[in-house]
Design a protein around this ligand. Structure first.
Ligand code: NAD
Length: 448
């Protein structure tokens, strides 16, 4: 029987008031249920927010270096359990063990960094133009903060949100993604063990539409920190704006790698493979467009396709696996539908483009590393975030054209350039991307 997990509210592990549950499924083997989690509703969120609200005054008055002591303890516990938590994360979301170990390491580093900030919450003093006046700014906590996370960095992203919020004296309600709830549970358990006072950290599992939305709409939540898709981010941003709630949004990407005629091709191929197929292409910063100078197009493409064909697909827990499954069935189907769209749009499929069902992989959600050629910015596969192991090669004739193509997207998360020309490299860093911002704004306005 799979283990049944609970919410963490006011320092207690409790079942949801709804009585409903959902299964956390291993994407490498859909018959393997990692755990059964509460499908919480607004009543559970309300209890968690009330607990966080009651705990706030005492926590904000706890000296920041004393808050840091608890975070240092949590850092230590995370370090001790790194391997064990990485295995849980791989089991519930699929990426290979080396990557989930890196994920936990990011949690450890953030805890260490933020605990240090406990002695550095400096403010400014400013000379006044008036006599006998002293001007200063001090950092004050905001209150109860709602944290909504995606599944693809199941330890790192909650850590990036929780530790800074706590060190500054805020109390939190965390709503993890329902595709990766067990990793967040481990993190919260560690905070409990480290001695976090009751009510300071609360964890409520459930769906985005019900549980997440209840958190966003709760009047006692003063700030929402959201990481996830642009589509959901727009809804959350709108609601927060309407209620004058502070809001931070980290959203999707359609990231590009430029490969110039003077690039070190082997290095560029290494970068493209890791960028496009690492985490099975399911990263906000995944490379999904390869903008390649025609002078090196043949060499780069041949080497890339040859290496992509050698990627070993399988369960992320196996040391022989290079690339794990995609997160769930609907994402698997979405990836394939984009491959069909790409073919119809006239992109040329060089490798992949189908479900991978060899051996045990038929039990899970696996897709072949897929490379398209002859990409153009007007194609949907050059514009939409696919969030899977699919990359599009877009040939160009010059550096200026490469930059133009790179910027012809609504997204602006990450990019890279492979060149030995330092001048070009710096131009790529400082290039004016205001056109891209304008395009994003015009396209968003058209949607409304
Ligand atoms: P998602 O937007 O579907 O869900 C993210 C979280 O929001 C989940 O916890 C979900 O339950 C919740 N949610 C969904 N609908 C909601 C609603 N209406 N109200 C409140 N909460 C709601 O994203 P996902 O599939 O979990 O993650 C993949 C996406 O996240 C990709 O677009 C990826 O690029 C993005 N991402 C961005 C970053 C970054 O730092 N920029 C990092 C990782 C992932």
């Amino acid at each position: 029987m799979p283990e049944v997990f609970k919410n963490f509210i006011n320092g207690e592990w409790v079942l949801s008031k709804t009585g409903a549950t959902f299964n956390d499924i291993n994407p490498a083997d859909k018959s393997d249920i990692v755990g059964v989690f509460p499908k919480s509703g607004s009543e559970d969120i309300n209890m968690a927010v009330e607990a966080a609200s009651s705990a706030f005054d005492k926590w904000r008055k706890t000296p920041a270096p004393a808050r840091a002591e608890i975070i240092y303890k949590a850092e230590n516990l995370l370090r001790k359990r790194k391997e064990e938590i990485a295995k849980i994360a791989t089991k519930e979301m699929g990426k290979i063990l080396d990557e989930t170990k890196g994920d936990v390491q990011e949690g450890i580093d953030t805890a260490f960094y933020m605990a240090g900030e406990g002695r550095r919450l400096f403010g400014d003093t400013t000379p006044s133009e008036l006599k006998n006046k002293f001007c200063m700014s001090v950092r004050m906590p905001i209150g109860v903060v709602g944290l909504i996370c995606p599944w693809n960095f199941p330890v790192a992203i909650p850590s990036w949100k929780i530790f800074p919020a706590l060190i500054c004296g805020n109390t939190v309600v965390l709503k993890p993604a329902s595709d990766a709830p067990a990793s967040s549970m481990e993190l919260v358990q560690i905070l409990e063990e480290a001695g976090m006072p009751k009510g300071v950290v609360n964890l409520v599992h459930g769906s985005g539409e019900e549980t997440g939305m209840a958190l966003v709409e709760h009047p006692k939540v003063n700030l929402i920190s959201f990481t996830g898709s642009a589509e959901v981010g727009k809804k959350i941003g709108e609601l927060c704006g309407r209620n004058l709630k502070r809001c931070s949004l980290e959203l999707g990407g359609k990231n590009a790698q430029i490969v110039m005629d003077d690039a070190n091709i082997d290095l560029a191929v290494d970068g493209a493979l890791w960028g496009a197929f690492g985490t099975t292409g399911q990263r906000c910063t995944a490379t999904s467009r390869l903008i390649v100078h025609k002078a090196v197009l043949k060499e780069f493409t041949e080497k890339l396709v040859e290496r992509a064909k050698k990627i070993r697909i399988g369960n992320g827990l196996s040391p022989d696996t290079d690339m794990g499954p995609v997160i769930n069935e609907s994402q698997l189907k979405k990836i394939h539908s984009y491959v069909e769209i790409g073919k119809k749009e006239g992109a040329r499929l060089l490798t992949g483009g189908y479900f991978y069902e060899e051996g045990d992989c038929k039990k899970g959600f696996f897709y072949m590393p897929t490379i398209f050629m002859d990409g153009h910015s007007t194609m949907r596969i050059a514009q939409d975030e696919i969030f899977g192991p699919v990359v599009l090669i877009m040939p160009v004739n010059s550096f200026d054209e490469a930059i133009e193509v790179m910027n012809s997207t609504n997204y602006g998360l990450s990019s890279s350039v492979y060149t030995k020309d330092i001048d070009r490299a710096f131009k790529a860093v400082y290039i004016d991307y205001s056109k891209r911002l304008q395009k994003a704004q015009i396209d968003t306005a058209k949607e409304h």
